[in-house]
Design a protein around this ligand. Structure first.
Ligand code: NI
Length: 177
């Protein structure tokens, strides 16, 4: 399976609003291949999530998975996200399209996810914590939003290798997608 190039901040696809897929488009061989490629590309890049926008495909699809957090592979098409609590919680994030930087990002602790799976069947589930953070990060990508836009304090922004060199563990457990 081909691993696709991940575009970085500056590429217009990362600032575009992705198009919804029709059931016919989703069922097509081309789209099914793209979904396989998204999964392979995410794994190769050691990310916990990847949106189609990040491979310059402006369509509403994202994938995510984290073995370390017991989150099985999910493919979400035409997503709708509904926060379950007004409160926001801060934690570290990074982005495969903004390499090496980490920052503290406020997110809703629990969201409802509605959409379709890769076979066109309806999805409707709740997720919390790390998974909810990944989902909000990837959903943002489909709307042309990156984690930097969500940050409230850029003093928490930094290069992961600078922190690692100092051995203080900042940003080690980031959600990178
Ligand atoms: Ni990202």
């Amino acid at each position: 399976m081909p691993v696709l190039p991940i575009v970085r901040l500056g590429h217009p696809a990362l600032r575009a609003v992705a198009r919804a897929l029709s059931p016919e488009q989703l069922a097509g061989a081309e789209m099914q291949q793209l979904i396989d490629d998204l999964v392979d590309t995410m794994r190769e890049a050691h990310g916990v999530g990847l949106a189609a926008s990040q491979v310059a495909a402006e369509i509403q699809v994202f994938v995510y998975e984290s073995a370390g957090h017991d989150i099985p592979l999910r493919v979400v098409v035409n997503p709708m996200i509904t926060p379950q609590e007004r409160e926001l919680v801060y934690d570290w994030e990074g982005c495969l399209s903004i390499p090496d930087l980490r920052g503290m990002v406020p997110r809703h602790p629990e969201v409802r996810v509605q959409g379709l799976d890769r076979s066109g069947q309806p999805l409707d589930y709740l997720c919390r914590g790390f998974e909810a953070r990944i989902v909000q990060h990837e959903f943002d990508h489909l709307n042309g939003v990156v984690f930097l836009d969500r940050m409230r304090d850029f003093k928490t922004l930094g290069y992961i290798d600078e922190w690692q060199r100092m051995g203080d563990g900042e940003g080690d457990e980031s959600a990178v997608g």
